[in-house]
Design a protein around this ligand. Structure first.
Ligand SMILES: [Zn+2]
Length: 237
C-alpha cells in the first residue's frame, strides 16, 4: 500500500512539473493560438459585415468600378477609410504605402487618375506618422527596402521627438507629394479634369479642431489656408 502511494506521489509530481515547465512547444502553441484569434477576428468581422448588407448589395459592384476619388494614404493602422468615407465600397480607389508617397505607387495612382478618371486625387497624411519620423531621425537599423521607401518623404528637421517639428514635417511631406502629383498630372489639372487635394488626418488634435478630423492643407498647390477656405470646392457654408 505504501509502495503504491509513493508511485502515485512520484507520478503526480512528474505531471505537475511538466505542467509548470514552459517548453518551446507550448510557446509555439501560444503563437498559434494568437494567429487563430486574429484569423477568427477577420473571418467574424467579414461575416458581420456581410450579414448587415441588403441581399442585392454586391450586384452593383460586379460589373466594374467607377470610384469618385483616387486616394493615397499612409499604411498606418490608425488611419482607415471608414474615417473618411462612411461607405467606401466602390467610392475610393485606395493606394496605401508608408508616408503616403506618390513616386513609390506611381502606377497604381496613374491607373486611378488616367484609367478610372477619378475627378479628385486625395493625398492624406496623418499625425504622428512613423514613416515621417523615420525620415527625420534616420535610424540606422532599417532594412534597405524600407530606406528606399522613405526616399521621397520630404521633412523639416531631424527632431522626431519634437511634436511641432513632426507636425511640420507631416505637412511638408503632404505638400511635397501634392507637388509631385501636380507635375505629373499638370495637363489634367489645367484642363479642370483633376483636382489634387492634400490633407492630414489628425487623431492627435494637432490642429485643435478635435481628434480625428481631416484637415485640408493643400488644393492644387495652394497652401494658404485662408485662400483654401475661400474655394467653393471646399467651402460648404
Ligand atoms: Zn504614417
Amino acid at each position: 500500500m505504501q509502495k503504491l502511494s509513493l508511485v502515485v506521489l512520484i507520478l503526480l509530481l512528474f505531471n505537475i512539473s511538466n505542467l509548470m515547465a514552459v517548453s518551446p512547444a507550448s510557446v509555439h502553441k501560444s503563437e498559434k493560438d494568437q494567429v487563430r484569434e486574429i484569423v477568427r477576428h477577420v473571418i467574424e468581422s467579414n461575416d458581420e459585415f456581410v450579414k448587415k448588407l441588403p441581399s442585392d448589395y454586391f450586384a452593383q459592384l460586379i460589373h466594374g468600378q467607377k470610384p469618385i476619388a483616387t486616394m493615397v494614404t499612409c499604411a498606418d493602422s490608425r488611419l482607415h477609410t471608414h474615417a473618411l468615407d462612411i461607405h467606401p465600397d466602390g467610392d475610393l480607389f485606395l493606394v496605401r504605402n508608408i508616408g503616403n508617397q506618390v513616386s513609390t505607387a506611381e502606377g497604381s495612382i496613374e491607373y486611378g487618375v488616367r484609367h478610372l478618371h477619378t475627378p479628385v486625387l486625395f493625398i492624406i497624411g496623418h499625425s504622428s506618422c512613423g514613416a515621417v519620423e523615420a525620415a527625420m531621425s534616420k535610424p540606422a537599423h532599417l532594412e534597405p527596402s524600407i530606406w528606399r521607401e522613405l526616399d521621397t518623404i520630404k521633412v523639416i528637421g531631424n527632431k522626431s521627438d519634437d511634436h511641432a517639428q513632426v507636425k511640420e514635417s507631416v505637412e511638408s511631406n503632404v505638400n511635397h507629394q501634392v507637388s509631385t502629383a501636380l507635375k505629373k498630372y499638370d495637363k489634367e489639372v489645367k484642363e479642370g479634369h483633376l483636382t489634387i487635394i492634400g490633407g492630414v488626418y489628425d487623431f492627435r488634435n494637432d490642429y485643435s479642431q478635435g481628434s480625428g478630423r481631416l484637415v485640408l492643407i493643400n488644393v492644387n498647390g495652394e497652401t494658404e489656408l485662408t485662400e483654401i477656405h475661400k474655394m467653393s470646392i471646399v467651402n460648404f457654408k
